[in-house]
Design a binder for this molecule. Structure first.
Ligand SMILES: NC(=O)c1ccc[n+]([C@@H]2O[C@H](COP(=O)([O-])OP(=O)(O)OC[C@H]3O[C@@H](n4cnc5c(N)ncnc54)[C@H](O)[C@@H]3O)[C@@H](O)[C@H]2O)c1
Length: 213
């Protein structure tokens, strides 16, 4: 059994991750850390093999450092912080994905491929209002994987979950590659896969779900 603690356990993603871990036959949910629950990350590390972090841009880095220092592997979904800050941490492994949905991983791959063949591209990403970072981690990662300068437009509205269109243009034609997460369940197979694999990574940190597929 993999013992899993969740940071941000009272949040939208954290609650969904807690349920997914409880539903996985090979995992045990051993801790829920969240200021809203009165439990700090330090309180849950003693019983955990893996910490899953879905918190906030300004807290994720500190949580991961604490976990790794305690020998606990970290799976990070939080976006909006500098992933380079995780380079060089020793003691346990770190896996980060700006998007754990398989469809989003494919969207990024197809967009990278299409950018080699079409003149220009722009990204429109749409998320719930109240999301703390813009552009989204997925959009920033997509732009990084594509050729050329790719401007990003951010839309924040109630009712949205996580959506992105990559629009490419060339003489007389456009191509739109679009992904929609309409439910947070879309991220759970990717999160559980990362929990299962983070302990055996040969490198750390590893960024992107594509490296586990
Ligand atoms: N990688 C992905 O696939 C993916 C998918 C969706 C969302 N996200 C990202 O996940 C993060 C969380 O999103 P959300 O919608 O669940 O936000 P949310 O605001 O609903 O939840 C965040 C939770 O973190 C808690 N928190 C704050 N500081 C903490 C700390 N130091 N330790 C423990 N918990 C702490 C907050 O109290 C809150 O309950 C965001 O960065 C978002 O962009 C990533």
């Amino acid at each position: 059994m993999i013992r899993v603690a969740v940071a941000g356990a009272a949040g939208r993603m954290g609650e969904t991750v807690c349920s997914a871990v409880e539903g996985a036959g090979d995992m045990e949910l051993t801790g829920r850390a969240d200021p809203k629950l009165g439990t700090a990350v330090a309180d849950v590390l003693g019983d955990a093999d893996v910490l899953v972090d879905f918190t906030q841009p300004e807290t994720a880095l500190g949580n991961v450092r604490e976990a790794v220092a305690a020998g606990v592997h970290a799976v990070v979904g939080t976006t909006g912080f500098d992933v380079d800050e995780l380079v060089g941490l020793t003691g346990a492994n770190v896996f980060v994905a700006p998007n754990f949905a398989i469809g989003a991983v494919l969207m990024m791959r197809f967009a990278a491929e299409a950018s080699k063949h079409m003149a220009k591209a722009e990204i429109v990403e749409l998320h719930r209002d109240g999301k703390l970072d813009a552009p989204s981690g997925t959009a920033a990662r997509t732009a990084k994987l594509m050729e050329g300068d790719v401007p990003i437009h951010s839309v924040r509205l109630p009712g949205l979950v996580a959506h992105q269109a990559v629009i490419l243009g060339d003489v007389g034609q456009t191509l739109t590659i679009r992904h929609d997460s309409i439910d947070r369940e879309s991220f759970m197979p990717g999160v559980l896969l990362a929990v299962r694999k983070v302990g055996s990574l040969e490198d750390s940190p590893v960024v992107g779900l594509e490296h586990l597929l």
